[in-house]
Design a protein around this ligand. Structure first.
Ligand code: HEC
Length: 154
């Protein structure tokens, strides 16, 4: 830790006491932690978590590449449902869906089970993983948006 150097602030305090040194070290540590948080917030770990959760809870039916399964399971890759029903998706992930829906002009009517144990963070990460994969380019969900939508599930 002795070698850790932070850029000088240029405030002209040339007589560095132990106190200013440790203050500098602290501000370095805080900066480091902040950068680490920023990095994970930018998607690194949350995207990886979304992928992991997708593989655990969704890929069995929707397949690893999101293509679905013939007339039984609708595709997520290139699905027009993602944009059309954006506000419903968090509740569908948590509580499932038993409906007759149209995806890319095709009709689907099998039942999807929900995963009630998914937290709002999990739901956000899974949806953002789907939204940025397989050619999908939907705007990302924010956590507070997903929390609000989950509160309104019927
Ligand atoms: C047991 C199979 C199964 C599992 C597991 C499953 N789904 Fe589904 N999913 C379906 C079926 C069937 C439908 C269509 C439901 C209907 O017609 O009411 C569907 C519909 C959807 C839709 C809306 C239609 C579309 O294709 O855009 C989304 C989004 C979706 N699922 C995402 C997920 C996600 C994310 C997971 C994991 C958390 C998941 N599903 C897990 C079978 C499944």
């Amino acid at each position: 830790m002795k070698n850790l150097k932070c850029p000088a602030r240029g405030n002209g305090d040339s007589n560095q006491t132990h106190r200013t040194l440790s203050a500098r070290f602290n501000s370095c540590a805080v900066l480091g932690i902040f950068l680490l948080l920023l990095l994970s917030a930018c998607g690194g770990t949350s995207y990886a978590e979304g992928e992991r959760l997708y593989k655990t809870h969704c890929a069995n039916c929707h397949m690893d590449d999101g293509v679905g399964l013939s007339a039984l399971i609708p595709p997520l890759a290139g699905s027009d449902f993602l944009a059309a029903e954006r506000e419903r998706l968090p509740c569908i992930l948590r509580h499932g869906l038993k409906d007759t829906i149209q995806v890319n002009g095709r009709q689907f009517a099998e039942e999807m089970p929900g995963v009630p144990t998914l937290s709002a963070v999990h739901v956000t990460n899974i949806l953002n993983f789907i939204n940025h994969n397989w050619g999908n380019q939907q705007p990302p969900y924010r956590l507070d948006e997903v929390e609000r939508l989950l509160e309104q599930c019927e």
